[in-house]
Write a protein that binds this ligand. Sequence first.
Ligand code: 0WD
Length: 254
Amino acid sequence: GGLLKGKRGLVMGVANNRSIAWGIAKAARLAGAELAFTYQGDALEKRVRPLAKELDAAVVGHCDVTDATSLDAVFAEVKRLWGKIDFVVHCIAFSDKDELTGRYVDTSEANFTKSLLISCYSFTAVAQRAELLMPDGGAMLTLTYYGAEKWMPHYNVMGVAKAALEASVRYMAADLGSKAIRVNAISAGPIKTLAASGIGDFRYILRWNELNAPLRRTVTIEEVGESAVFMLSPAARGITGEILHVDAGYHVVG
Ligand code: 0WD
């Protein structure tokens, strides 16, 4: 059996077959996990349903993380379906595209609030609900980026949101550790996805990583997926509060 044999998990943030969430879902399924997906809105539902079918995953409903009612409904559905879960994967972030270019200092209050709500607080909101479905312990995983640690061109308010997200991983790891619930993040190198296409000069960032990362290349959603499987599995039972870099080593040079 695989590393996740007999485990059940909720994967949030599949938008299409280039999504990091999709890379994680594929790898988790291959490792033996049983999965459930959420989708954000009708447009994405059309994309997510066939992808879920490919992995024999349940679709537990629409979830906009800014709407607590939809979050509650999704977790109620997971509870109805399975009673409890072993892991949850949060691959959700948002910022107004107009502010992912130019200067951070020009960020508006409205977009700051929205970016932090969707890209940081939503993981806490998910954890509050997932905790209740993890009576025997479990694993929570989110996705972050090096722009949390260092200034990166155009990443702007997302860098600030990811810094807050990484801090929240540490606080929640401490809060939930006594219940054998582990909370970790993967800091992925740049990958061309829908969300990434909103970031100014993203092709240049990819090229820069290819030229400068120790492995002299960028990473794939499959590589992030396999690392996620490890972090979610009992093989990582001694790891919590960790930010694991899956970035071809870029963080040692950048
Ligand atoms: O280079 C990259 N692509 C990296 C991404 C490097 C390092 C980290 N990440 C992170 C992102 O910041 C995000 O947290 O990985 C996570 C997944 O992002 P992704 O796979 O790059 O992007 P995408 O396939 O677009 O999935 C993100 C999804 C949204 O898609 P769109 O593009 O439609 O905004 O997050 C979801 C949505 O499905 N999302 C929401 N879900 C529920 N409620 C919401 C919301 N309010 N907003 C966005």
